[in-house]
Design a protein around this ligand. Sequence first.
Ligand SMILES: Nc1ncnc2c1ncn2[C@@H]1O[C@H](COP(=O)(O)OP(=O)(O)OP(=O)(O)O)[C@@H](O)[C@H]1O
Ligand SMILES: [Mg+2]
Length: 312
Amino acid sequence: MTPVLAVENLRKSFGDLVAVDGVDFEVAEGEIFGFLGPNGAGKTTTISMIAGLLRPDDGEIRVDGVSIADDARAVKRKLGVVPQDVAVYAELSARENLRFWGGIYGLKGQALRERIEELLDQVGLSERADDPVKQYSGGMKRRLNLAMGLIHRPRLILLDEPTVGIDPQARKKILEIVESITRGGQTVLYTTHYLEEAESFCDRLAIIDHGRILAEGSIAQLKAQLGEGSLLTVQGEFLEQPFREILAGLGDLREVEITDGRAMLLVPGGSRGVGPALEGLYGAGLHLDDVLIKEPNLEDLFLKLTGRELRD
Ligand SMILES: Nc1ncnc2c1ncn2[C@@H]1O[C@H](COP(=O)(O)OP(=O)(O)OP(=O)(O)O)[C@@H](O)[C@H]1O
Ligand SMILES: [Mg+2]
């Protein structure tokens, strides 16, 4: 079956800076595909090219098999874009913004009025629908932004970090709306640097950094890349190289990440293997002052792939 979105070898540089460096992925019908990456990873640049707002240096983007290079208009009509930076008219009300935006997509009359009421209800803005947007809170503006991206019932919705920069309560509300959209079988490309969001509603994920996809798959497939076992993190007064040498003599333990003073190891056999592993480390004369045992998660995979934490 033709994927709703197919991206091949997408590239974009700004001067010397390579923002998107050969990105390939596909999103199937009804799938929520997550783009997980830290600040500056290239998420917005990728979305902007798919949305037709930025011209790629190279590569191809197809929506329902139609290349954006061949028919940008046809592709754009299939997309609902919810940009990272809220794009609404501050002087107009929510209802007026939606009417304007619906008009751009050729909606009018009764059909447009009904769609607007439906969306206002869905994003919880019915009561404030006639107030000028400049009187809205950040969360309310974001909810309106979301409604605008949905007005023409797009085939594919592009959501660029819809929960960034708002308070936890507003964020929760946005997440509820996104969840209700996704339950309806909508195909979505969702960028975020929040792991919990990616984990809670993405069917598949790509981990992106420095413009490249480092890993891709379902949550289970990504976790499996770390390997089976428990994750043992130890801290103490040791240096990277001698620690590695000790580790090499300890058989089964696998390195996830080792730096001076801190090592993250995968212990095969799960928690049963942790006791012998620690005995081995202590037995080699290491002084450890902090030990943490847990099940591996995506943040650990991210750290292993990029050498840095998701949040900065
Ligand atoms: N118009 C531009 N001119 C120059 N550099 C740009 C431009 N847009 C983006 N960049 C650079 O490209 C890189 C990727 O930026 P991008 O906005 O795609 O990242 P992002 O993953 O969306 O990050 P964030 O999580 O902060 O939104 C960054 O280094 C950024 O500074
Ligand atoms: Mg961005």
